[in-house]
Design a protein around this ligand. Structure first.
Ligand code: GTP
Ligand code: MG
Length: 693
C-alpha cells in the first residue's frame, strides 16, 4: 500500500430499510471485485457481511460490517449497516464515519420507514447521498415509480445516472447515462458494452442533459459557457459532477440487481469515479477546550481518529474500529493515545477488514477505516491520537436511547456468577443497551431498542459466555406514603426471666408534600426518653421506612415527631427502643390513611401526522395525559405523562400502531398516587408474594 493518498479513498455506508438488499449488494461487490469466488446468500447464512451466528440464524444483519476493496487504484471502505429498526444505532454511527451514504430502495417495496431514517441521518451529517434502486429483477419492480417517490419524499436533486434495460424477469442491463453506453448481461454474469438501445437513446440523452445542467452550477465560468451553447467536455463534467455530489447538489440514482449480479460492475466503477474522497468531503468538526476546531484530512497533519465500533470476539478478542480523520500512523514503534481517557494504548497492527477477516497493514492514513486489535480502554466515541500530538476531541457518537426494558434473572447460581463479566463485555459492543440494578426493586434491568434486540442480546450472552437468563417484566418501583396525621404508641416489653427489654415511644406521623422525603423531629421534654436512646428511634424509622406496612415499598414524604415515651432503668436498650419504634411505625402508617405511589414518566412520541389520533387515544388508555403537540419537520411530537407501569411494552405497541414509523423517549417525572382499584391489585399481589416466601 505504501504511498496511499486520501484522494484515492472512497468510504460509504450501505443504508436502507430491513431486507432492501444491502448485504446481497455488498456480497455482489466482493464477487465482482474477485474477492469471493462464489456469491453467498443471506438466506443460506454464508455472506461475508452477516458472519455472526445470530445473523445467520435470523437471516438479517445485526451489526454494521466493514468490507475493504481495492479497485482501479482506489481503496473502498463499505459499511454494510443493518436495516431493522432495533439496530438503527449501527446505521447512524456508520453514516457518521463514512464519506457518503448509498441508500438502497427496493424496486418492489419502494420508500419505507427505515429509508426515511437513513435519509435523516445522512442529512444530519451532511453526508453525500447516492440512491440505489435494488432488486430490479423481482416481480413488480418499478423503477419509474420508486424514482418519483424518492424525488418527492427526499429531494428533487435525486437524478438518474443509470437507466434500466428491461424489468422484472427480463431485466438484463443498464444504460450508463454519463458514458452513453449500454451494459448487457448474459446469464453467466458476463456483460458486453454497446450503444444504448435505440428506444432508450432519447431518454438517456435527456437524463444526461439534466445532470449536466445541475452539475455546471458548481462552476460559474463553465456555466456561463454552457449557457452560451458550448458543449461541456467529459473531463469538465466529471469534475463538476463529483463536486455536485460531494455538496449534495446532485444525488445520483443508480439501480441494478445484486442477486442476478446485473449492474454491479458499473456501480463499482461509479463509486471509484464519482464518490467523494475524504478531501472532497472536507474538514470535520472537533472541539478543543470548548472551542470548535476543524480537522483537515491531511496525511502530514498530526494523527487523529474516532472509534465508532467495538466488537468482542470470544476467540480473537476485542477489535476497535476507527475512522482516521487526519495524519498518518505506522504500527511500528507507535502507541496510540486515547485523548478522552488520557491513556496510552499499545498497538501491534492495523487490520483492513472484510467481514470477520482482517488483513494486517502497517500504515494508516486520513480517510481510512480500519480495526485495531486488543485496545484496552478505548470505547465507542473516543478520540485517538499520538501522545504530544493532536489534542482535540471529536463530538461523541450519539446512539438512540433504549426504550424497552426487561428484568433478567440468572437461571442458576453458576449463571449468576458469570453474569457480570458477560454483561460488561456485551455493553462494550452495544451502545444501544443499558444495564442497571434498580436499588428499590432490586431488579436487574436490561434495556434496549425492542424485543428483537433484547432477544438477540440474551442469545448472544448464552452462546458466547454460557449465561442462561430468564426475563420478566420489571417491577414498578412503587412507594408508599400517608395522607392523614396519626399518632401511634409502640411499646416493646419483655420482662420475664433474665435481662429484660423495655422501650416505649409515641410518634406523630404527618404527611409532607410530594418529593419532600422524610423528616424526624425530637419533641421529647423532661427526659421521658433518655437522650442516648433517641438516635435509635430515628435509626429504626430509617430502617423500617424501606419496607412499608402497606405493600413492602419504601415509605416517603412524611414527618415523624417523637413526642412521648417511657423507659426502664435496667431493661431499656437501643434495641428495645428500635423494636418499639417498629410497632409504632407500622400502626401509625396504617392509621394515617396510607397510599401507594407510582412513578410517572415524561413521554415524547414522534410520529407522522396521520398516526397522531391513534397515539393520543392510546395515551388515555394508559392512564396518561397529553401535555401538548408540536410539529418537528415532517413529523409531529406528542408530549405527555404516563405511569411507568403502563409503558413496559410501549416500544412494541407503538411500532405496530404506526407501522414502525413512530419513535419515543421517556424520562422519570414524578410520583403520583395509584388509583384505588389498581392499588388494591398491587397490594394483593404483594401479599401473595410474601405468603409464598
Ligand atoms: N430477487 C432479488 N432478491 C434480492 C436481491 N437483493 C436481495 N435480495 C433478497 O432479499 C432478501 C434480503 O436481502 P439482504 O441482502 O439480506 O437485505 P439487507 O438489506 O441486507 O437486510 P438487513 O441487513 O436485514 O436490513 C434476501 O432474501 C435476498 O436474497 C435482488 O437483487 N434480487
Ligand atoms: Mg444486511
Amino acid at each position: 500500500m505504501g504511498s496511499r493518498q486520501p484522494e484515492n479513498t472512497r468510504s460509504f455506508t450501505l443504508a436502507a430499510h430491513g431486507g432492501a438488499g444491502k448485504t446481497t449488494l455488498a456480497e455482489a461487490m466482493l464477487f465482482c471485485n474477485g474477492q469471493v469466488s462464489r456469491m453467498g446468500k443471506t438466506e443460506a447464512g454464508n455472506t461475508v457481511s452477516d458472519f455472526t451466528s445470530e445473523e445467520q440464524k435470523r437471516q438479517i444483519s445485526i451489526g454494521a460490517s466493514l468490507l475493504t476493496m481495492e479497485r482501479a487504484g482506489k481503496t473502498l471502505f463499505a459499511l454494510d449497516a443493518p436495516g431493522f429498526a432495533d439496530f438503527t444505532g449501527e446505521m447512524s454511527a456508520a453514516i457518521r464515519v463514512t464519506d457518503a451514504t448509498l441508500i438502497l430502495v427496493s424496486a418492489v417495496g419502494g420508500v419505507e420507514v427505515q429509508t426515511g431514517r437513513a435519509w435523516e441521518y445522512a442529512s444530519e451529517n451532511a453526508s453525500p447521498v447516492v440512491f440505489y434502486i435494488s432488486k430490479m429483477d423481482r416481480e413488480n419492480a418499478d423503477f419509474g415509480k420508486v424514482l418519483s417517490d424518492v424525488k418527492e419524499q427526499f429531494s428533487p436533486n435525486a437524478l438518474p445516472v443509470f437507466l434500466p434495460i428491461g424489468a422484472e424477469a427480463s431485466f438484463k442491463g443498464v444504460v450508463d447515462v454519463l458514458r452513453g453506453k449500454a451494459y448487457i448481461y448474459a446469464a453467466d454474469g458476463s456483460f458486453t458494452e454497446g450503444e444504448a438501445p435505440a428506444d432508450m437513446a432519447e431518454a438517456a440523452a435527456s437524463a444526461k442533459e439534466i445532470l449536466v445542467e445541475a452539475a455546471v452550477e458548481m462552476d460559474d465560468a463553465l456555466m456561463e459557457r454552457y449557457l452560451e451553447g458550448e458543449a461541456v467536455s467529459d473531463a469538465d463534467l466529471a469534475r463538476v459532477l463529483r463536486a455536485a455530489i460531494a455538496k449534495r447538489r446532485v444525488m445520483p440514482v443508480l439501480m441494478g440487481s445484486a442477486a442476478m449480479n446485473v449492474g454491479v460492475h458499473q456501480l463499482l466503477d461509479f463509486i471509484v469515479d464519482y464518490f467523494p474522497s475524504p478531501l472532497d468531503r472536507g474538514p470535520v468538526k472537533a472541539e478543543k477546550d470548548g472551542a470548535p476546531v476543524e480537522v483537515v484530512p491531511d496525511v502530514s497533519a498530526p494523527f487523529s481518529a474516532l472509534c465508532f465500533k467495538v466488537m468482542v470476539d470470544p476467540y480473537v478478542g476485542k477489535l476497535s474500529f476507527i475512522r482516521v480523520h487526519s495524519g498518518t500512523l505506522s504500527s511500528e514503534g507507535n502507541n496510540i493515545y486515547n485523548i478522552k481517557k488520557g491513556e496510552d494504548e499499545r498497538v501491534s497492527t492495523f487490520k483492513l477488514m472484510t467481514g470477520k477477516d482482517g488483513k494486517d497493514v502497517k500504515e494508516i492514513i486520513a480517510g481510512d477505516i480500519v480495526a485495531i486489535p486488543k485496545l484496552q480502554s478505548t470505547k465507542v466515541g473516543h478520540t485517538l491520537a499520538v501522545k504530544g500530538g493532536a489534542s482535540y476531541l471529536f463530538p461523541h457518537i450519539e446512539f438512540p436511547l433504549p426504550v424497552y426494558s426487561v428484568a433478567v434473572v440468572a437461571k442458576t447460581r453458576a449463571d449468576e456468577d458469570k453474569l457480570g463479566n458477560a454483561i460488561s463485555k456485551t455493553l462494550e459492543e452495544d451502545r444501544s443497551l443499558t444495564f442497571e440494578k434498580n436499588p428499590e426493586t432490586h431488579d436487574n434491568v436490561l434495556s434496549g431498542m425492542g424485543d428483537l434486540h433484547i432477544d438477540i442480546v440474551l442469545a448472544k450472552m448464552k452462546e458466547r459466555y454460557g449465561v442462561d437468563l430468564d426475563v420478566k417484566t420489571p417491577q414498578v418501583p412503587y412507594r408508599e406514603t400517608i395522607k392523614k396525621t396519626s399518632e401511634a404508641q409502640g411499646k416493646h416489653k419483655k420482662q420475664s426471666g433474665g435481662h429484660g427489654q423495655y422501650g416505649d415511644v409515641s410518634i406523630r406521623y404527618t404527611p409532607l408534600e410530594r418529593g419532600a422525603g422524610f423528616e424526624f423531629v425530637d419533641k421529647i421534654v423532661g427526659g421521658a426518653i433518655p437522650k442516648n436512646y433517641i438516635p435509635a428511634v430515628e435509626k429504626g424509622l430509617h430502617e423500617y421506612m424501606g419496607k412499608g406496612p402497606l405493600a413492602g415499598f419504601p415509605v416517603v414524604d412524611f414527618k415523624a415527631e417523637l413526642f412521648f415515651g417511657s423507659y426502664h432503668d435496667v431493661d431499656s436498650s437501643e434495641m428495645s427502643f428500635k423494636l418499639a419504634t417498629r410497632l409504632s411505625f407500622r400502626k401509625g402508617v396504617m392509621d394515617a390513611s396510607p397510599a401507594l405511589l407510582e412513578p410517572v414518566m415524561n413521554v415524547e412520541v414522534i410520529v407522522p401526522e396521520p398516526c397522531m389520533g391513534d397515539v393520543m387515544g392510546d395515551f388515555s388508555g394508559r392512564r396518561g395525559r397529553i401535555i401538548g403537540t408540536e410539529a418537528r419537520g415532517r413529523l409531529q411530537v406528542v408530549k405527555g405523562q404516563v405511569p411507568l407501569a403502563e409503558m413496559f411494552r410501549y416500544a412494541i405497541i407503538l411500532r405496530s400502531m404506526t407501522s414502525g414509523q413512530g419513535s419515543f423517549s421517556m424520562s422519570p417525572s414524578h410520583y403520583e398516587e395509584v388509583p384505588a382499584d389498581i392499588a388494591k391489585k398491587v397490594i394483593a399481589a404483594h401479599k401473595r408474594e410474601e405468603e409464598e416466601e
